[in-house]
Design a binder for this molecule. Structure first.
Ligand SMILES: C[S@@+](CC[C@H](N)C(=O)[O-])C[C@H]1O[C@@H](n2cnc3c(N)ncnc32)[C@H](O)[C@@H]1O
Length: 175
């Protein structure tokens, strides 16, 4: 999934809802000049510290506990991996606006999500979408829907990088 993909430039990368830090370990492993922050609920922090230590990244990746509806740490690049699909549009806007409040103009955001392709053909995201509809408040979205959400929160979509997996990297910049 990470083959040939590098995050946009920026010295500090915050993984918002970064869980145990496995994702940021992948992103920063080959990037010794960047620092990172794993941000998740306070009860998740101990697991993240352990994983970062196991990957030898504890010295340049901090861990912070909190609520992404309230505030997130300041950073140059924000990763939100499998976060927005858990939430309805109003909640997504609240999360994105919290990022906006912490970030400087020009900061980059990278959503890691499935993007529903045009047309009526089968796609894994459509099955996940049905699960979300039945069990949770979230939903899978098309490229246009992600662009509209980002735009409403003050971010301009830059590009969507497809991967060999069902997931894409959706990059945007804070206006
Ligand atoms: C679907 S998981 C994604 C985990 C990880 N980003 C990944 O790609 O595997 C959602 C994550 O969001 C975190 N989370 C949920 N609500 C949160 C909140 N209000 N503030 C901070 N983190 C939250 C959860 O603890 C969980 O780690």
């Amino acid at each position: 999934m990470f083959d040939d993909y590098s995050l946009p430039e920026g010295g500090v990368v915050a993984d918002v809802g970064g869980a145990d830090g496995a994702m940021i370990c992948q992103f920063l492993a080959g990037e010794p000049d960047r620092r990172g922050i794993v941000f998740d609920r306070p009860e998740v922090v101990p697991a993240a510290r352990k994983v970062l230590a196991e990957h030898g990244l504890a010295d340049r990746v901090d861990v912070a506990g909190g609520d992404f509806f309230e505030s997130v740490p300041e950073a140059d690049v924000y990763v939100l991996s499998y976060i927005l699909h858990d939430w309805d549009d109003g909640s997504c806007l609240r999360i994105l606006r919290t990022v906006k409040a912490a970030a400087a103009r020009g900061a980059r955001i990278v959503l890691v999500e499935s993007v529903i392709p045009p047309g009526d053909g089968p796609h894994p995201a459509k099955f996940v979408d049905l699960t979300m509809l039945a069990m949770l408040t979230g939903r899978e979205r098309t490229a246009e829907e992600y662009e509209a959400l980002l735009d409403a929160a003050g971010f301009t979509l830059d590009r969507i990088v497809a991967t060999p997996t069902p997931f894409s990297f959706i990059e945007a910049t804070l206006r």
